[in-house]
Design a binder for this molecule. Structure first.
Ligand SMILES: Nc1ncnc2c1ncn2[C@@H]1O[C@H](COP(=O)(O)OP(=O)(O)OP(=O)(O)O)[C@@H](O)[C@H]1O
Ligand SMILES: [Mg+2]
Length: 260
């Protein structure tokens, strides 16, 4: 029984609210581990939700794999196990990029716009990644003045964000889900003396607002923020519709399921 401790030997690089980063098997790689922790309102609310990490790992894998396949550069290499994926290490740009298609959350509050109103076009917002400050919204002026990203990098981030949005809107539309908004993180990937901006972190129901097209039911982290319960069941439903994780081994995954 003794001697099986090699998993504990790897070096922890960073422990965040929802994930842990470990040193990867090769230089320039990391292992991203998905925990069951859920936090909201800048950590004021915290809970363990059994099964969430496994679902986010699978859903994010599915989305990043498909983005890689259509030529959107991402940090994703491959999934390693139920909770972990192998990724390329990047220099995270300290911004959260939010794309909105429908009014909800802080936009509704800020602008007094009813939740659910379709926006005239997709809107991109930037937030400065800083927990102490509660991730304040910033403009391109702040980003360039403080050197968080160059004007060229802002352009690249915006065009990547819109490509991700187009892909995700279509993907979810096909399975009866309305993509209201989502958050992404981007990073600088250095290859020799070349550098490019790639999609990093995760895309999952933790970082998206997903509403059932017919019933309007929330299938995302707002269930936790708003104490609605049924979070794991909602994430499972998203996975099921995307054709991943059927729950039992009897029905092997078959890809996205069209919902009529
Ligand atoms: N490819 C990558 N290379 C380096 N860091 C990454 C990569 N992908 C994601 N990260 C970082 O790993 C961390 C993931 O952990 P988690 O999402 O739990 O953090 P968090 O608690 O949300 O904190 P943060 O405010 O830093 O995002 C984040 O800080 C994220 O920016
Ligand atoms: Mg995070």
């Amino acid at each position: 029984m003794s001697g099986y401790i090699r998993m504990n030997r790897r070096r922890k690089i960073y422990e965040g609210k929802a994930k842990i980063l470990y040193e990867g098997p090769e230089p320039g790689t990391l292992v991203q581990h998905f925990k069951d922790d859920a936090t909201a309102f800048n950590k004021q609310k915290h809970a363990q939700i059994e099964g969430k990490g496994v679902l986010n790992n699978r859903i994010s894998e599915f989305i990043f794999q498909n983005l890689n396949a259509i030529g959107v550069p991402t940090h994703f290499i491959r999934r390693l196990n139920m909770r972990e994926q192998l990724i390329r290490e990047v220099e995270i740009i300290p911004l959260e990029v939010v794309v909105r298609n429908v009014a909800a959350g802080s936009l509704s509050k800020r602008l007094g716009m009813e939740e659910g109103v379709q926006l005239p076009r997709s809107i991109i917002e930037f937030y400065y990644k800083n927990d102490e400050l509660g991730d304040p919204m910033v403009s391109e002026e702040h980003i360039t003045a403080f050197g968080w990203a160059s004007p060229q990098e802002i352009d690249d981030m915006m065009s990547l964000a819109l490509r991700v949005n187009d892909f995700l809107v279509g993907l979810f539309l096909g399975v009866g889900i309305r993509l209201v908004d989502f958050k992404i993180e981007l990073g600088r990937l250095y290859e020799g003396d070349m550098m490019r901006i790639v999609l990093a972190d995760e895309i999952s129901p933790d970082s998206c607002r997903l509403w059932d097209m017919k019933s309007g039911e929330k299938l995302d982290k707002d269930r936790f923020r708003r104490d609605m319960g049924g979070l794991v069941e909602a994430y499972q439903e998203v996975a099921r519709r995307l054709g991943i994780m059927t729950g039992g081994e009897a029905n092997p995954p078959r890809g996205p399921v069209l919902v009529k």
